[in-house]
Ligand binder design. Structure first.
Ligand SMILES: Cc1cc2nc3c(=O)[nH]c(=O)nc-3n(C[C@H](O)[C@H](O)[C@H](O)COP(=O)(O)O)c2cc1C
Length: 423
């Protein structure tokens, strides 16, 4: 990225326009993006071309508009795949009810769906439709599915709709959509050049071929942390236990569903990591023996002997300084959070610990929100309210990035990355 330029300078952005009356607002959005130095390519559905002519977009971007999936580009390459691979971000605005349904179902019928489906770039979706269409359960389910896929939704606004009725469904204004695109890139850079490893999800300790002892961890917090690190420019490895959410796009995923697999993956990844965030809920105990055969009902009590698992975080904490990453642990405590978190920080050699209370009236496990307190050796560092997990992740990275730079003896904005290890 150019020094001193805005977050969008030189970024390749594909704007996908679908057949909504609000397609005219995409013209303003494309102009705003171009003015900020982004290289904008426009793709249109057939229906979109009924509302705004491709010529309008081509004149603004000085680039061809892709409205036909069977087109090759000047070098005889498949144009939609070229664009999908080149894109730093994809913005679907306006997104029709039909487009949301196609994306959620993985259907590809035109240039817009082809690019969105083929690309690994982050996707921002700005829906626009009649209020009845927006509140329809199928649309809401499709939006929830897209959120699960990691798409960022710019909510439609309340106002007068094309039908003359007032309700929710109006496309967010172009500056609001622009803001979402800028936020996507705004942080890019503060973790640039760093390799971040995040563990997430729960582990499953086998009892027999079909049963396990597990926990309720959803992996949502760890996935949000990995996603936020990705958006801030880090190269990210996600060591994934059992998760109820899809890992974010654009990160390397290593599956590790038992504590033993988690240990092996973490110990292998840690020496290559600059920062390791251990958000996974790793079983403290495992059955002493896993039966080769399914345990049969016998009428008698069944005794299961549990043996302690190795303490993976502590093992990383004990690594020599030249290979030990900056280490962040999590403490889920049912009581006395501060004392327990402080003890864990000290005993396991952590740099920071993120504490949350579990088992009370609010249960962070599986929730989309979380209330955490971050502790360092000198005590609590944060006093944050209950926030969506993605926002918690952003605040955590603000704090971690700052602490990491100090620990590694770097000034703000100074060179980051390996080779600048703590002495
Ligand atoms: C005047 C007019 C306005 C429309 N506005 C919208 C809209 O805002 N949102 C929407 O989901 N569909 C709207 N539609 C319906 C879509 O154009 C239609 O579902 C089309 O098949 C969408 O195709 P696409 O998703 O491939 O662009 C409108 C149709 C007409 C005729």
């Amino acid at each position: 990225m150019m020094e001193g330029a805005g977050a969008l300078a030189g970024r390749r952005i594909v704007v996908g326009v679908s057949g909504s009356i609000a397609a005219y607002k995409a013209v303003t959005l494309v102009r705003l993006l171009s003015e900020r130095g982004a290289v904008v390519d426009v793709a249109m559905t057939a229906a979109a071309t009924r509302f705004v002519g491709p010529l309008t977009f081509a004149s603004l971007t000085h680039r061809p508009v892709l409205d036909n999936v069977f087109e090759l580009d000047a070098d005889q390459q498949i144009a939609h795949i070229e664009l999908a691979e080149a894109a730093d971000a994809i913005v679907l605005a306006p997104a029709t009810a039909n487009l949301l349904g196609q994306l959620a179902a993985g259907l590809v019928s035109d240039a817009v769906t082809a690019i969105a489906c083929a690309s690994r770039a982050p996707v921002i979706v700005a829906p626009a439709m009649d209020a009845g269409m927006w509140t329809n359960p199928a649309t809401q389910r499709n939006v929830a599915t897209l959120r699960d896929f990691g798409y960022l939704i710019v909510e439609p606004e309340v106002g007068t709709l094309a039908s003359g009725l007032t309700g929710v469904g109006r496309l967010a204004e172009p500056p609001t959509i622009l803001d979402a695109v800028e936020r996507l890139f705004a942080r890019a850079g503060d973790l640039e050049g760093l390799h971040v490893v995040v563990s997430a999800g729960g582990t499953r300790e086998p009892l027999d071929p079909v049963r396990f002892i597990g926990n309720r961890s959803s992996g949502k917090m760890g996935a949000a942390i990995a996603e936020a690190a990705r958006d801030r420019g880090a190269s990210v490895t996600l060591i994934a236990g059992a998760m109820s959410v899809t890992p974010p796009r654009g990160v390397t995923v290593v599956d590790a569903t038992t504590a033993a697999a988690m240990r092996e993956s973490v110990l292998r990844a840690a020496p290559q990591a600059d920062i390791l965030v251990m958000a996974a809920a790793i079983a403290d105990f495992a059955p002493a023996r896993a039966s080769q055969h399914k345990i049969k009902r016998s009428g008698a009590n069944l005794q299961i002997e549990l043996v302690p698992n190795p303490d993976i975080v502590a093992e990383v904490g004990e690594m020599p300084d030249d290979v030990r990453p900056f280490l962040i642990g999590f403490a889920a405590e049912s009581d006395d959070l501060e004392t327990n978190a402080a003890a864990k920080l000290r005993d396991k050699g952590l740099d920071l610990i993120v504490g949350n209370v579990v088992g009370g009236p609010f249960d962070a496990i599986g929730s989309d929100e979380n209330k955490v307190t971050v502790f360092a050796a000198e005590g609590a560092l944060s006093d944050w309210p209950m926030l969506p997990k993605r926002q918690v992740a952003e605040r955590l990275w603000d704090l971690i990035a700052d602490r990491y730079r100090h620990a590694r003896g770097m000034a703000e904005g100074a060179e980051t990355g390996r080779g600048r290890r703590r002495s």
